[in-house]
Design a protein around this ligand. Structure first.
Ligand SMILES: C[S@@+](CC[C@H](N)C(=O)[O-])C[C@H]1O[C@@H](n2cnc3c(N)ncnc32)[C@H](O)[C@@H]1O
Length: 232
């Protein structure tokens, strides 16, 4: 049992600038596997998800960079940072002038990390532990998704939801380093690509090519699923 997740996070990480978004600082770990094992040992649980919250993932870094450099995408808007992890993308949206930012993640450690990181950057963000996949648009204008196409089952749930939200008028922007389950073809429009430095223990390369994608431009959109045309 970890009585105080915030204390665990500050003990196991250090506040440092994000490689590709140095104007934002996050509590980041130096190593993934040891932290993962320590979390499982401390909680006396096995099969926990990796400590996603302790890193700025490639897709999130590219998307955060793009938002800071193109603040008109979120300025004055109601923004959801979906699968927020560390909160990086939501913090970028707040910095870029979003009217309201909500960050959601299913991991309780992510929720604690987002709150710590938001405070460290002076960003006003509402943080929620929730699985919103399938929920209605909830009055958001923009949904931001950094690095979410890494898992087949997760992507298969996300794509029909993104389809429905985009048809309801929500602008969906994703940052993705060519993960296996990234949607492609008619479902996405590429806004930018960035060469993003990444943590050596997380990826198979020190730099990943990250695409910023606008997802589901309504009338063009066709749902894409693994194994079907349109799925990268
Ligand atoms: C690879 S990390 C990306 C984190 C962050 N967006 C970034 O780019 O740095 C994926 C995140 O998705 C979260 N996640 C997985 N399934 C989710 C769900 N159903 N709803 C919300 N978050 C979810 C995980 O807990 C994790 O924090």
């Amino acid at each position: 049992m970890i009585a105080d997740p915030s204390r665990f996070i500050t003990d196991q990480t250090r506040l440092a600038p994000v490689a590709f978004v140095p104007e934002i600082e996050l509590y980041q770990a130096d190593e993934a596997t040891a932290l993962w094992h320590l979390t499982e040992a401390t909680l006396d649980k096995v099969d926990l998800p990796p400590p996603f919250w302790a890193f700025a993932w490639a897709g999130g870094q590219g998307l955060a960079r793009h938002i800071l450099d193109h603040p008109e995408l979120v300025r004055g808007k109601q923004v959801l940072d979906f699968a927020s992890g560390s909160g990086l993308v939501g913090i970028a949206a707040a910095r870029a002038g979003a009217a309201h930012v909500e960050a959601v993640d299913i991991d309780p450690f992510a929720v604690a990390a987002i709150s710590l990181n938001a405070a460290a950057n002076g960003a006003a963000i509402r943080v929620r532990q929730a699985d919103l996949v399938g929920a209605d648009a909830m009055d958001f204008d923009v949904l931001l998704a950094g690095d979410v196409f890494y898992d087949r089952a997760f992507a298969a749930r996300l794509l029909p939801w993104f389809d429905r939200l985009s048809r309801a008028g929500v602008s969906i922007l994703a940052g993705d380093p060519d993960r296996t389950y990234r949607p492609a073809g008619a479902a996405t429009r590429e806004l930018a690509t960035y060469a993003v430095p990444v943590h050596p223990t997380l990826e198979d390369a020190s730099v990943k090519q990250v695409r910023v994608l606008r997802y589901g431009v309504c009338e063009e959109f066709q749902p894409a699923l693994p194994g079907r045309p349109g799925f990268a």
